[in-house]
Design a binder for this molecule. Sequence first.
Ligand SMILES: NC(=O)c1ccc[n+]([C@@H]2O[C@H](COP(=O)([O-])OP(=O)(O)OC[C@H]3O[C@@H](n4cnc5c(N)ncnc54)[C@H](O)[C@@H]3O)[C@@H](O)[C@H]2O)c1
Length: 358
Amino acid sequence: MMPAFTNFYRGKTVLVTGHTGFKGGWLGAWLKSLGAQVIGLALPPATQPNLFDSICLSCGMLSVFGDIRESSVVSSIFRQHQPEIVFHNAAQPLVLRSYREPIETYATNVMGTAHVLDAVRSSPSVRAVVVVTSDKCYENREWFWGYREEDALGGRDPYSSSKACAELVSAAYRHSFFSREGTAAVATARAGNVIGGGDWSEDRLVPDIVRGIASNQPVVIRRPDAVRPWQHVLEPVRGYLRLAERLYHNREFAEAWNFGPRESDAVTVSEIAERLIAAWGAGELRVQPDPDAPQEARYLRLNTNKAEHRLDWQPLLNLQQSVEWTSEWYRAYYRDPGSAAGKTAEQVQRYSGMMPHG
Ligand SMILES: NC(=O)c1ccc[n+]([C@@H]2O[C@H](COP(=O)([O-])OP(=O)(O)OC[C@H]3O[C@@H](n4cnc5c(N)ncnc54)[C@H](O)[C@@H]3O)[C@@H](O)[C@H]2O)c1
C-alpha cells in the first residue's frame, strides 16, 4: 500500500488553529501520524471530556493556548515557528451560541480569520493555507439540490453569516495580497455537518445523543425533519489535507471548495439519531419541537462535483459506516477512556487504507 499522501507531510511544519476542538483534533492526530511537525493554536478545550485530552493530542506536537482575536498572539506564532502549511480551523462554530454571543462570534470567525491571513502576509515561509468555513456560508434558498461553490454567500444567523464573511475576507486577501508567484496559495473549504468520535460540544446532535445514552436520559430532538449533509469527520479532514498538498504545488487550487457526503447521505436529523441509537444498541429519542427555537433552514445540501473532478476527492464512507464508526469510538471510550488514542489512531489507519491513491 502507498503511504497516505505519499510522504508529502513528513517533516513539514504545519500550523493547525483550533486543534483543541473536534475537527482540529482529528486533523492534528492524522498530521502527527504522517510525520508532520505540528503546531496548534487554540483556546483550552471547552468541554469535559474532550478529544484533545482524551487522545493526548499535545504529545508529539507543540500545543499553544492563545486567542486568535488578538492579532499579536497570532503573528507571534507565525514569527516563531514559520509554518509552511496552515489549516485555519479555529472558530466559534455553534449556531445557537452565535445568537447569544454574536459579537464574540464575529470577532473570532471574521477578525480571527483576518488576523491569521494578515500573519500569513508577513510570513514568507507559508506556501499553502486552507481556511475552514462551512456549508452554512451559502445564502439558503431551501433548494433540494446541492449548493455549488459559485452560489451566493449569505447567512441569516450570526454564525452562518460570519462564515460567509470569513469567505469574503479570504477572497479579498487572496486577490489583494496572495495573487503573485511566491506568495501563499489560499483556499477555503466548506464542509457539511460532521460526525465522529470525540465531539462533546453543546447543542449538537451527536454529542447530545452521546450524553443522553451515557446518563440514561432520553434524547430530545427539536428539528427532526431538517435535512443536513452528514459526513464522518475524516472525510473533510482528508479533503483539507489533499487540498493543502495541491495548493503547495499549484496556486490554481487557491479558490473555494465544497466537501460533502454523497447526495443520498443528506438525511434528516431524526434519521441520523435513530441510526446512531440502533448502532449503539442503547438510547431513547423524544421528538419535542420547540416553537420558540430560532428559525433554521429545512434543506441544506452540498454539491461536491468540483472536488471530485479536480482534487480526486470523494467520500469513502457511506452514512451507515459513518454512524457505525462514530458509535464504535464512543462505545470504546465509555468502556475505557484510556482507549481513545488507540481507537483514533486505528480509525485514521483504517480510513487511510481505504484511500485510492495513497
Ligand atoms: N463540526 C461541524 O459539523 C462543522 C461543520 C461545518 C464547519 N465546521 C467548521 O469547522 C471548524 C472546526 O469546528 P469544530 O466542530 O471542530 O469546532 P470545535 O468547537 O470542536 O472547535 C473549535 C476550535 O476553535 C478554537 N477557538 C474558538 N475560539 C477561539 C479563539 N477566539 N481563539 C483561538 N481558538 C479558538 C477552540 O479552542 C477549538 O479548538 C470551525 O471553523 C467550524 O465552523 C464545523
